[in-house]
Design a protein around this ligand. Structure first.
Ligand code: NI
Length: 139
């Protein structure tokens, strides 16, 4: 019998953004991004779901100590993005449109650096609204 399992942890952050391509005219951005192109920005209550997949440690019974994962999410995601303007305050989005797709991939890469590749597969799901969300990678 396999002892492969998935463990989940949620985190939340509130952030502002504007979606636009800087080389496009305002009209073209307006056409493509609509209200999300508002130069005064707008905000979302983002909800993050992180899924780790791996084997249960026979000694501890853990895949991961969830306190450790909680701390990593706080350091890498909440401290970095909560109550920030993603376009203006976060270097990750200085040249990258902060769409839900791109934010999801950025968060995956931040977490990947902190979690042992030999022990954990990671799947990041990010809800921008209740109805709009992205998941990365596609396993
Ligand atoms: Ni938005």
């Amino acid at each position: 019998m396999t002892n492969k399992i998935a463990v989940f942890r949620r985190a939340r952050f509130n952030a502002a953004h504007r979606l636009y391509c800087k080389d496009w005219s305002f009209e073209k951005n307006d056409e493509v991004f609509g209200k999300c192109n508002n130069p005064s920005f707008h905000g979302h209550n983002y909800s993050l779901e992180v899924k780790l997949i791996g084997n249960v440690d026979p000694e501890t019974g853990f895949l991961i100590n969830l306190n450790e994962l909680k701390d990593i999410l706080k350091e890498e995601v909440e401290d970095r993005f909560d109550h920030k303007n993603l376009n203006l305050d976060c270097e990750e989005f200085a040249q990258l449109n902060p769409t839900v797709e791109n934010i999801t991939i950025v968060i995956y890469n931040l977490l990947r650096k902190r979690l042992d590749e030999n022990k954990y597969e990671i799947v990041v799901r990010l809800y921008e609204t209740e109805n709009n969300y992205a998941e990365y990678p596609i396993l």
